[in-house]
Ligand binder design. Structure first.
Ligand code: FE2
Length: 289
């Protein structure tokens, strides 16, 4: 049986290789752990520690290498490796990105965007079907951080995600910080984006730190870069509270991958997320009363 977070708004933290020995030895009070399967597939020692930790902590699997947006198809060899790990640790959720990161067999070291149109929707729907069939469970697709729009796009991101859910029965991972980053970079209202998301399909939220490229600039000259290297920005906390009011409580990940702080700092950010969720829930209850 898959182990689920105890509270529906529990905030988890990423289990990165730098922290795994410490976490295995000290069992810190994290509500749940998120892992990138790519870190464990070729690392038997880390995989062994993970297998043990998965008996104590709920785990969410977030793949950065299953490329549902690649025109030349999903890498089934990689998908089989991810499935083997998923079958072993039985996570409460499996997710990946609305992007492509492979081309003609080569892994590109980034998550690349794609135009939002019928042709992309066909490709994405076919690949999400393949991934869900291979894994034998729902796949959660994450909204990316965007830096440029495609002139040829005929749909908004939320329309594309909504259609993908309707076509494939997939679920969504809503990265709240990415909505803020993309909203500033592309000039749209992040709150309207949250309003347009299909709330019932959302299984997990992300909050990650970003950097401002032009500190003295003001939008539109300012560009936000989704680095996962900083504490969560106040604008993202505000949008998170709004998203919780609209979606209801959801497991939330503090996403920190670069310039990693000590594990206690991650737990501190997770505690803040749970405090925000408790505040929103309290407010909702007061409204209901
Ligand atoms: Fe994310």
């Amino acid at each position: 049986m898959s182990r689920k977070p105890k509270a529906s708004s529990a905030a988890g933290v990423g289990l990165r290789l730098q922290h795994i020995a410490e976490v295995a030895a000290t069992r810190p009070p994290a509500a749940w752990l998120e892992i990138h399967p790519e870190n464990f597939i070729a690392n038997p020692h880390a995989a062994e520690l993970l297998d043990d930790l998965a008996t104590d902590y709920p785990v969410s699997v977030h793949s950065v290498g299953v490329s549902i947006g690649s025109a030349d198809g999903v890498d089934h060899r990689h998908l089989r490796r991810v499935k083997a790990l998923v079958d072993r640790i039985d996570p409460f959720l499996v997710s990946g990105h609305l992007a492509w990161s492979t081309h003609e067999g080569a892994y590109l070291n980034d998550l690349l965007p794609l135009p939002y149109d019928r042709e992309s929707l066909e490709v994405l729907a076919r690949h999400v079907d393949e991934v869900q069939q291979a894994l034998g469970r729902p796949y959660h697709v994450e909204n990316p951080s965007n830096y440029l729009g495609f002139a040829g796009s005929t749909m908004t991101e939320t329309q594309l995600l909504g259609e993908l859910v309707a076509r494939t029965g997939c679920r969504l991972l809503c990265d709240v910080s990415n909505i803020h980053v993309s909203g500033i970079n592309l000039g749209y209202d992040p709150y309207a984006y949250v309003d347009e998301m299909p709330a019932e399909a959302i299984g997990e939220l992300h909050l990650g730190g970003f950097v401002v490229e032009d500190e003295d600039g003001t939008p539109p000259s300012q560009v936000l870069i989704d680095t996962h290297s900083r504490p969560i920005d106040d604008n993202a906390w505000d949008l998170y509270a709004y998203a919780l009011r609209r979606f209801g409580p959801r497991p939330t990940l503090i996403e920190w991958d670069n310039e990693l702080p000590d594990f206690a700092t991650l737990l501190g950010e997770a505690a803040r997320a749970e405090a925000v969720a408790a505040g929103v829930l309290g407010e909702s209850l007061r409204h209901a009363g």
